[in-house]
Design a protein around this ligand. Sequence first.
Ligand code: NAP
Length: 333
Amino acid sequence: MKLCSVKLNDGFLMPMLGLGTSAPSKVAKSDVEEAVMKAIDVGYRHFDSAYFYLNEEEIGRAIWKKIADGSVKREDIFYTSKLWGTFFRPELVLTSLETSLRKLQLSYVDLYLIHFPVPLKPGEELFPKDRNGELIFDTVDFCTTWEAMERCKDAGLAKSIGVSNFNRKQLERILNKPGLKYKPVCNQVECHPYLNQSKLLEFCKSQDIVLTAYAALGSNSGKEWVSKNNPVLLEDPVLNAIAARHRRTPAQVALRYQLQRGVVALAKSFNPKRIQENFQVLDFQLTPEDMDTLDGLNRNMRYFVDTVPADPLALGALMSCAQTLLALQGHPM
Ligand code: NAP
């Protein structure tokens, strides 16, 4: 089965379905290596990772093994990495990308994203904290960071550049930045039938920015920063009824829903059977009525929330802090 791609606003192509690679910290890193190799065999060409996931060495190794056995060439692969908040200072951006490339043993990434619109104090700690256990932020404006991202593209180390977890106002700050050289090609955000991001999607489309959905399957409550109390998307009765009618699984319908509305979908699985299952989404079509019904499931519900405020991996806390920081910088949301 051949995967369809979307043309980005800088002319490069991005496969519409990607393998997510972030997993709870208890999962062995060797599992991601196996998963990426299996996914390449199945037909995936798009892989989503980040400096923060601490798995780029394993992913690079998997890609190189599949290049070595003749399954793919480097140019067949679309690889995404992300800039973590502790590297927001412009002079650190290129260094951070070079660190990822060294781990991957690659000479470029296809896409480099600002992971969150939140700068953190530079240093070794992923979550720098003060004596009271509070996160220490940095004051650098992400528009300055964006200029350094543009230099990564100019240097050929990132074919395309974009953002993640940006809301409309934050995107507009970049789009309206004086001297903007490159628009973000995409905005990667949480997106699934319970949080369909329809307004943000409409805005992104109007700006020729691709919206990429993470947690498209409802994520995994085993992850440290994912809410344990929300309903499980893949158990939703309406989603299951549509799946039964098409003789598909709820996961396939949740992914197909995104592709049909022009959203690039990420699906994480390290299980060979489910890696295969999630790829079988190109040979069926949801009806307009199915799409309307799935739209109707929206309840603006996030899986990625700050469930444990003291948790060092509290990404939800970062997102809510984005608002405070913008206000401090004189750009209230
Ligand atoms: P997800 O892809 O929505 O869901 C992953 C979970 O669903 C895993 O527990 C997986 O378990 C299970 N699963 C996969 N396929 C399934 C199927 N067919 N049937 C039943 N269960 C299935 O969640 P995610 O990993 O949170 O998000 C996807 C990717 O987006 C991440 O891996 C990462 O690359 C990216 N992401 C980005 C950000 C950001 O801030 N930019 C945040 C979160 C995620 P098995 O592995 O056991 O199959």
